[in-house]
Design a protein around this ligand. Structure first.
Ligand code: SF4
Ligand code: SF4
Length: 133
């Protein structure tokens, strides 16, 4: 299919996410799949993000909560080890930071322009538990 604008696509047109028909998708690693330019895997869908999560691997316990809850599959994880954020697809919703259980958090939301190194250099300290009265 030739590249066309969004308003030129025929009604009910199928935008195939793969260049060729994939026979065994389930058993093909994501990195080996032949994604087409029509797939959201190939195209960045995060251009309107205004805040982003920054990940601190020093605090992470690899619980996978963020990976489970991210609505955009933008948490990168391999063999149950958190690898970081896929910023081409992250929308900045903040769910990953909300569900991160560590103290301090291993994921914190920052303004989009924040430089990762400066955020990591001023990461919050562990919060002390407040004693009940
Ligand atoms: S901010 Fe939202 S979209 Fe981005 S990685 Fe976290 S949960 Fe996923
Ligand atoms: S939720 Fe927090 S501690 Fe758990 S894997 Fe994600 S970043 Fe690491």
């Amino acid at each position: 299919m030739a590249n066309v604008g969004w308003d030129e696509v025929n009604d009910a047109a199928l935008l195939n996410p793969f260049e060729n028909s994939m026979q065994d998708l389930v058993n093909t690693a994501q990195s080996d799949r032949d994604y087409s330019l029509f797939s959201s895997f190939s195209a960045s869908t995060a251009s309107w993000r205004v805040v982003k999560p920054i990940y601190n691997s020093d605090v992470c316990i690899h619980c996978q909560n963020c990976w489970v809850y991210c609505p955009d599959s933008a948490i990168l994880s391999e063999e149950k080890k958190m690898q970081g954020i896929d910023y081409d697809h992250c929308k900045g919703c903040g769910i990953c930071a909300d569900v991160c259980p560590t103290n301090p958090k291993s994921l914190i939301m920052y303004e989009e322009a924040t430089v990762e190194d400066s955020a990591l250099a001023s990461w919050p300290e562990k919060k002390k538990k407040e004693k009940k009265a």
